[in-house]
Design a protein around this ligand. Sequence first.
Ligand SMILES: C[S@@+](CC[C@H](N)C(=O)[O-])C[C@H]1O[C@@H](n2cnc3c(N)ncnc32)[C@H](O)[C@@H]1O
Length: 319
Amino acid sequence: MKNTSKQSTLLKKKNIKIARKYKSDADVVLFEGDRLDLMKLLPAKSVKLVVTSPPYNIGKEYEQRKGLDVYLAEQEETLKEAIRVLSDDGSICWQVGNHIAKDGEVFPLDALIYTIGKKLGLKLRNRIIWHFGHGLHCSKRFSGRHESIVWFTKTDEYTFNLDPIRVPQKYPGKRNFKKNEKYGTLSGNPLGKNPSDVWEIPNVKNNHPEKNGHPCQFPIELIERFVLSMTNAGDIVLDPYLGVGSALCAAVIHGRKGYGSDIMKKYLDIAEERINAAAAGTLKRRQMGTPVYQPNGGKLAETPPEFKKARENLFGAGF
Ligand SMILES: C[S@@+](CC[C@H](N)C(=O)[O-])C[C@H]1O[C@@H](n2cnc3c(N)ncnc32)[C@H](O)[C@@H]1O
């Protein structure tokens, strides 16, 4: 495994060239059309990270529900092309939730995408659980509060920079206690610990600073972890199902190039505005590493008497 220590150039202001057609000298390409039409224009092995969240085939405004087999065949086509454009030390990260059939049956897309990736010769490195606090309240199954990211590599020689994505330890002041030459010294890494494969990052709902007219945006922070750990400055990041460009904002913020496609022009227009703001250092966003908000007292966090009564009615007093 390659462990390159070159870090992001966290640029405050950067002049970038944004193109609406594929141009090899552009910093950012925003292609209106089908993902395969963009990907076919890209040279083999030219992209370091393909990170995306495809439609889930659940009938959002940008998709028509289709048979699961048809949907998965389309995902396979996208993955095949992703593998062609991926450099040998590159990574593919597919962020997916569940496909819910009309009768309520749940199909975990990560498992299905894993099967396709494995068939195409990819190697799984992590299945990351992205946990978030808000979403639909279900009445016939447990409410979904996680999605996953299937991280594949093409070879065993892949880029993985852990230092830029370390997170604070729970007990950073812990010291070595074994009676050896390290006794009494700090035991943790000064840059923090490995963030693990369970990530708690708020999803983009109405009160989120990044909410921008798309029903299911990536939080930029989620993609920053992939960009920083799996690419180096100047590398190319590709999101074939771009939406409002969150993945490319993460790329631009950290001095990478970014290409993306979407069939909806209105999303690409928003993406262009956001990417320009990212380059200018003015993009409204939740900073990477901001702790998840916990209510600290206040009226809204108090249990109302009606709720206490309802529990008592169900369980009897004392519960
Ligand atoms: C789950 S959303 C991605 C949102 C994105 N991650 C963001 O942060 O905005 C999937 C996107 O894929 C786009 N899409 C659907 N079919 C497509 C296709 N054949 N080629 C390219 N994009 C497509 C949709 O318009 C939608 O914006």
